[in-house]
Design a protein around this ligand. Sequence first.
Ligand SMILES: NC(=O)c1ccc[n+]([C@@H]2O[C@H](COP(=O)([O-])OP(=O)(O)OC[C@H]3O[C@@H](n4cnc5c(N)ncnc54)[C@H](O)[C@@H]3O)[C@@H](O)[C@H]2O)c1
Length: 365
Amino acid sequence: MKKITINLGQKRKYDVIIGYNNLNKIGSYIKKFDIGKSLFIITDSHVNKLYGQKVKNIFKKSGFQDIYIAEFPEGEKSKTYKIYLILIEKLIEFDNELNKDLFIATLGGGVPGDIGGFAASTFRRGINYIQIPTTFLANVDSGIGGKVGIDFKNIKNLLGSFYQPKLVFVDLSFLKTLDKRELKSGFAEVIKYGVIKDYKFFVYIEKHYKDILNLNPKIMESIVGKSYRIKADVVKKDERDTKEIRMALNYGHTIGHAIESASGFYFKHGEAISIGMVCANDIACNLGMLNLKDANRIENLLSKSQLPVKISHCKVSDIIEFLKHDKKNISGTNRFVLPSKIGKVEIKRGIPENLIEKVLKNRLE
Ligand SMILES: NC(=O)c1ccc[n+]([C@@H]2O[C@H](COP(=O)([O-])OP(=O)(O)OC[C@H]3O[C@@H](n4cnc5c(N)ncnc54)[C@H](O)[C@@H]3O)[C@@H](O)[C@H]2O)c1
């Protein structure tokens, strides 16, 4: 098992535990820092069916007796205020006005993680929570960093907050049941880390992409560990995304999020980010920032990893409309994370709309 400590300064830190078939050790970790006695698990219908009872039994064996599992229909379409309010109602019912010493465990991918973390951040002005990520995407990205929230009016993550978990517990054996398309979706975020921060990591991914798709446990442990280390380093320097440092993690996400929304969530998050990354590269090449060789190398790795690099199932005009709501825009001026080479990105402001439109049109399937 690997342990990574996310140190946010002022004595605020939490551990990420990464292992394979290690979930039965979770109780002993939680007891170390006394985060609560009653456990409210937030998960989706699919993950609950697969793992809800197993996880509940593990917690019971570890001495937690008061446990409630709240599930919601699986998928991005549940990341709404309606589901959020249902969860809050259930929390109130579970708490039963006793002001229980309760904490939340989010069990699942980025959707239960984001909405469950948001419920934890707002219920009684914030209660403790832990993340038990079960998708590859949550294993390498959404599980840490403390960005929690929900979509609103079809706009991604419009309502949310920064709220760090007390522990992130990764058991890679969850991935055995994960759909291949979901696995590849997580892969996009791994490739992102290589491009934004670490050329050597990019080369490592190029070498091992088949091992990742085949879930080689050793390689996966190292990939998840390295991804979290890169993310942790960025989050530590700019926890609240105010210094244009954390923004690097949004490489591919500006156009990616707009494609997710414009396609009515036809594309999985990572798939949309894959298209968003090649579009960002196209913009960078047009601006003379990135050479074609690096752009092609990134696109090749995405394609070999069976991720989409062409736009379909949405209109360019709709993507442009959703781009206007991007949270990175300041006073109507857009901001894009663009690579200057593999391993380095820069923030560019005011990218002309006609260039964005040209790039999007050229990427249409
Ligand atoms: N907070 C952050 O920093 C951050 C970062 C990246 C992405 N996100 C968010 O994460 C979300 C996407 O996350 P996701 O791709 O994990 O989506 P998800 O949570 O919807 O999971 C995808 C699917 O996989 C299923 N699933 C989960 N674990 C499984 C398992 N072990 N076996 C079989 N099936 C399983 C789920 O039921 C669901 O159908 C988006 O909403 C995105 O905005 C957040």
